[in-house]
Design a protein around this ligand. Structure first.
Ligand SMILES: [Zn+2]
Length: 425
């Protein structure tokens, strides 16, 4: 019995008890792992049986905290190879962190900075894993996910990737875009960029998402199917990204979709990839990007506020009706002063004429389709911005791509299945 007045506060009690419980459980875990039988291995080089050098201990960090297991250590006398076969059985080859700890560490590393992941691990699990180890674990697992993605891409291209057929999907949307990631100096050396001296501090990650739509709401506006969005991306060439895009579409069983819709801003690489991989898809230029183009022209060529509002309303209406020829006739009647302005008007006329079929907004809306690229814009912020563009962050190419792979798996709801399949492989 504790004497009254000596009573520790509740938080100390629960935290103390949790520590004691974890420590007791850790001892049980160590005993349990020790008791798992192991078989003598043969040498991976020459195939001869290896000699048992006796028990060696190994420190481990499990979800129960620090522990130490003891397992047999073997040597091949002719090749001088060493092996502790039990490590492979327990999933702790070349690492002291158990699969349970690695799973949590990678998940935390995908959510926030490695420092913050380390602090959260300590706070919530009572386990000390340095931020450097959170980083190593997260990037190693992200890298394995990315290797898996690359294999999938190869099988998709060779026609061998067959996912179980999805249920019939009325409409599948594919959206993609680019966003800059701050890189270390080494990764941007010699690359052209937006800095004053023509140098670059960032590299563009290409990000895509796929989602489906079955229904419209009572007002006829499309509704994205809940939980249907998957994400993918990397810092890579648009050609490689196109293959990644195609592979993800195969995974999502694009062939079972009645309609495939690609929404993007006006950037040419987007439509080139769309034409290459999804010929026959409905292509839509994001309505808000198109409006931005109009608004820029209005600001440039219309002086007073009242007329600006009038022009904006008139031209937005033409755009929403999909009457692009009338719209570009309006542009052509603008009075340009000098060559530069003339060129600007011609450029905009070209942009709208080239994309006229992708701007049939009245028709798209009547079909109950999305006409905005809000989902991919949110995805760029969510997949990349929140995690990879925090202040002071600078990435290596490989580190960034590993974390993108990890984060896409988490946000696509694939992390656990992917993690488990790594262990099973
Ligand atoms: Zn050998």
């Amino acid at each position: 019995m504790l004497a009254e007045g000596n009573m520790p506060d509740m938080r100390s009690i629960e935290e103390g008890l949790r520590k004691a419980a974890l420590s007791a459980a850790s001892a049980v875990l160590v005993q349990l792992l020790d008791s798992i039988p192991e078989t003598a291995p043969t040498c991976p080089c020459c195939g001869r049986p290896m000699r048992n050098l006796g028990k060696r201990s190994k420190k481990i960090v499990s979800l129960l905290g620090n522990g130490e297991i003891s397992r047999n250590y073997y040597e091949c006398e002719s090749c001088h190879k060493y092996a502790a076969p039990k490590d492979a059985v327990l999933g702790i080859e070349d690492t002291m962190f158990t699969p349970g700890v690695r799973r949590v560490a990678a998940k935390l590393g995908s959510c926030d900075s490695f420092e913050s992941g380390s602090a959260t691990m300590d706070e919530l699990c009572g386990i000390v894993v340095s931020s450097k180890d959170i980083e190593r674990i997260s990037e190693a697992i992200g890298n394995e996910f990315e290797n898996r993605n690359k294999k999938d891409i190869q099988s998709a291209l060779s026609g061998e990737l067959h996912e179980p057929r999805a249920e019939r999907v009325p409409t599948m949307y594919i959206e993609f875009d680019g966003t800059g990631i701050p890189m270390t100096k080494r990764e941007t050396e010699g690359r052209r960029g937006k800095q004053e001296d023509g140098a670059s501090k960032t590299r563009e990650a290409k990000v895509g998402c796929i989602f489906t739509q079955t229904a419209t709401d009572s007002e006829g506006s499309p509704v994205r199917d809940k939980g249907s969005t998957t994400y993918f991306g990397a810092i890579e060439t648009s050609e490689n990204f196109g293959d990644r895009l195609y592979s993800e579409a195969v995974k999502r069983d694009v062939s079972s979709a009645e309609k495939v819709v690609i929404i993007g801003d006006g950037a040419r690489w987007i439509w080139n990839l769309a034409n290459l991989h999804f010929p026959g898809a409905i292509e839509i230029v994001d309505l808000f990007h198109a409006k931005e183009h109009i608004w820029e022209l209005v600001k440039q060529f219309v002086r007073d506020e009242k007329s600006r509002a009038r022009y904006k309303k008139k031209w937005y209406t033409l755009l929403e009706k999909g009457n692009i020829s009338a719209l570009t006739r309006e542009f052509a009647s603008l009075k340009a002063i000098g060559d530069e302005q003339r060129k600007q008007i011609d450029r905009e006329i070209g942009y709208f004429n080239d994309n006229a079929n992708r701007m049939q907004y009245a028709k798209f809306k009547a079909e109950g389709l999305f006409v905005g690229s809000g989902v991919i814009e949110a995805a760029c912020k969510n997949v990349i911005g929140k995690r990879l563009k925090q202040s002071g962050m600078h990435w290596s190419l490989r580190g960034a791509n590993d974390i993108i792979a990890l984060r896409c798996a988490v946000l696509s709801g694939r992390f656990d299945a992917s993690f488990d399949s790594l262990a099973a492989a």
